[in-house]
Design a protein around this ligand. Sequence first.
Ligand SMILES: Nc1nc2c(ncn2[C@@H]2O[C@H](COP(=O)(O)OP(=O)(O)OP(=O)(O)O)[C@@H](O)[C@H]2O)c(=O)[nH]1
Ligand SMILES: [Mg+2]
Length: 249
Amino acid sequence: MATPSQALVVIPCFNEETRLNTTRWQEAMSTYGFDLLFVDDGSSDNTPELLSQICRENPEHCSSLHLENNLGKGEAVRRGLLQGLNKNYDHLGFADADLATPVDELARLHTRACQENVAIVLGSRWLHMGAQIERTGTRHYLGRFFATSASLILGLPIYDTQCGAKFFKNGPALEKAVSEPFHSAWAFDVELLGRLLSGPHALPPDALLEVPLRSWHDVPGSKLSTPASIRTFAELGRIALALKKWRSG
Ligand SMILES: Nc1nc2c(ncn2[C@@H]2O[C@H](COP(=O)(O)OP(=O)(O)OP(=O)(O)O)[C@@H](O)[C@H]2O)c(=O)[nH]1
Ligand SMILES: [Mg+2]
């Protein structure tokens, strides 16, 4: 058995046969040294076969987890992180299958996590000069409203809680934070961060670093429907209550 890479990237995948760029994910392993764990939960297209193929071609660095029923992105990520926790990775992260955050940016986030004494690194889609952040106006402004609400719930000035690219130091704080299912399939990032920063193994706020991405592009074919995005806003209330309970132990 090969020595594991320093970092495992969990990739939730639901019906991704048209968006999964296996060449780029291959590069994530061969050029950047990541190990990959794809989590598919009940895809009805060719995703399971594509994942089997990439895992067969890279048996030492790639694996997949197949759940029978569709449980949503949050649960897929949680199951993947749970599976990675007891391996010897320094960092566990997650990223979207569509590589909206490109592989070299994932590598830069992981490098920052290694170089700086932080336990959480968040990719941040800060639209500014010099960065290529390509999102439609509607998604940008809805995203800003959501992120502002989320940062109020967390009591921290986090610019972007929802970017699909994040890395965490392996350890008890992460283990505790993923020990129970989240209350939301899409806003789970807020709950995950809230759990990491409070409760029994709470990390201090300065253990969190947001890294503005140099490049991020919205890939057509989002699985987040308009009704689901409205529900996700509503779920912030439930998350706020759940975190209150979490904080009180
Ligand atoms: N396993 C699993 N993965 C899911 C599910 N829903 C979404 N995903 C994955 O979550 C990731 C993000 O999904 P997208 O459809 O790109 O969502 P999006 O609205 O574009 O989100 P952003 O890119 O973060 O703005 C992708 O890798 C999806 O395959 C699900 O029910 N199960
Ligand atoms: Mg996307």
